[in-house]
Design a protein around this ligand. Sequence first.
Ligand SMILES: [Zn+2]
Length: 241
Amino acid sequence: MTTEQNPRLSISQPIVGYKVVSAEVEPEPATEVKQDLEQVHENLTRPDFLMGSTYKIKTPMSEHALYITINDILLNQDTEHEQRHPYEIFINSKNMDHFMWVVALTRVISAVFRKGGDVTFMAEELKAVFDPKGGYFKKGGKFMPSLVAEIGEAIENHLKMIGLLQDESLDQHQQQILDEKRAEFERRAAEQKAPLDNSAVNDDNGGFPADAQICGKCNTKAAILMDGCYTCLNCGDSKCG
Ligand SMILES: [Zn+2]
């Protein structure tokens, strides 16, 4: 076989450069598709229909409950990128004490929701607000530093529900370790106390030992000291020394 018969083998011009051709190098269409994804931005017109969830909040600070409604816009419906994104928030209560501030807060939060992008920081910011008059303990022994923090928590729960925040609930194995720790703690406490003294467990405290301390991570009165280590029976946070 001569080179004239097979043109693929003949090189008639000087070689000035080369590149390695691989079958894997295919232009990725994925990036192009991504640009077409719907996203929340300021100029998005509000659809007539939005899905929402309402959260009821009852605090010892007021005899009336607070109702927080968060409505979501549905992006990329019926595609694999379908995602709910919070769009607006409303707060209702019979208690009108703080009405002006509550309305202002909901407007600002709604505006941030509608700006788009990552809105999960909002929950953190609100949860870090402390009432100078002092917070309160909720059922379950969780410390709530303010009403604003409570609103932040409702937003956080909502973001977890629609999948924008990861749910950090303990898995079965972690829960089992905590249950064992707790049983050991209660056994030791029972040895030290008179058998008729049943003050070790307090029901208002979510069933956590009454002398448990507030956990710095989850704000729940559930941290016990054992063998020189603090362990939170609620979230599993642990500190030694
Ligand atoms: Zn904790």
